[in-house]
Design a protein around this ligand. Structure first.
Ligand code: G
Ligand code: G
Ligand code: MN
Ligand code: NA
Length: 253
């Protein structure tokens, strides 16, 4: 718990930054989206992975601070990119805790106006654990965010307890199939079938599909055959700091 106590100070001292992982649109063969992933370089402790501090932040209520920082960081970056002619959608990971905050839609709306970034350039990623909240209220909150023009993705799909049958009730745009399914992709026919079926079902429900964690050409080729819209993973690009992304982007468009 002590590391999380130093978070406000670390934020002030700019010890947190975002990296951006490009996503490849299969139909255009281009990069039109990136996912923002938070990094904390603590001056005493070195790099603290988000899998360590995000749960602590959720537990202590400090997630509000992180999520607000993350949204502002991404919108500031968008302002710079739009000025450079880089017009892409950026996805931000929010916590299930954020969805419990009834002010979230108005907060997002205010930030979009403050930075003058088009709503469609922003995507929110939430995990399927949002389904454990009050469903009616969650749907209402997601609807309000989506009415702003912001896109919504369900992240890590397949790791929780829900099914696509549940997702059909949610006002979302995209399903991101968890990288865990790719672990034994080639040697495990069952894992392979789950991914294929998930892609087909998600698409038949009208959602875009991203598969994440794609590391090899074999998996990449198979996923294209399965009909995924977008792929994300080290085969295409690892997460990059903003300036590296800018260099890479000119090669990607
Ligand atoms: O980038 P990496 O693989 O280390 O991310 C690990 C986990 O941390 C992922 O589940 C990712 O969704 C989460 N994560 C990364 N950045 C953020 C962020 O800005 N906010 C939240 N809430 N989670 C994040
Ligand atoms: O938000 P989400 O849980 O989807 O977080 C994505 C995580 O996956 C990040 O921590 C990111 O660093 C990681 N990641 C990105 N590309 C790859 C990949 O090709 N393989 C693996 N194993 N992890 C990846
Ligand atoms: Mn994510
Ligand atoms: Na994931």
């Amino acid at each position: 718990l002590t590391i999380i106590n130093s978070l406000p100070k670390s934020l002030k001292q700019n010890q947190l930054h975002m990296v951006y992982q490009p996503k490849l649109d299969i139909s255009s063969g281009k990069c039109s989206q990136v996912e923002a992933l938070i990094r904390w370089e603590h001056d005493g402790l070195g790099i603290i992975p988000p899998t360590e501090f995000i749960p602590l932040a959720e537990h202590t209520g400090m997630i509000d601070l992180i999520s607000k920082w993350a949204l502002e960081q991404v919108l500031q970056q968008q302002v710079k990119w739009l000025q450079q002619g880089i017009n892409i959608k950026v996805a931000v990971n929010l916590s299930t805790k954020d969805l419990e905050n009834q002010h979230l839609p108005i907060d997002i709306s205010n930030l979009l106006m403050q930075y003058k970034v088009p709503a469609e350039n922003l995507m929110i990623e939430i995990t399927e654990s949002v389904l454990m909240l009050d469903l009616a209220r969650t749907i209402e909150t997601l609807k309000e965010i989506r009415e702003l023009g912001v896109k919504i993705a369900i992240d890590d799909f397949g790791t929780g307890h829900s099914s696509l049958a549940y997702l059909r009730h949610l006002p979302i745009d995209e399903v991101k199939i968890d990288k865990a399914f790719l672990d034994d992709f080639n040697c495990d026919l069952q894992a392979n079938k789950i991914v294929k079926t998930s892609i087909e079902l998600a698409k038949s429900l009208g959602f875009d599909v991203t598969v994440e964690g794609v590391e090899t050409k074999d998996v990449f080729d198979t996923l294209i055959e399965f009909g995924t819209d977008t792929i994300q993973g080290e085969y295409f690009s690892k997460p990059l700091v903003a300036t590296d992304f800018e260099l890479r982007y000119t090669q990607l468009i």
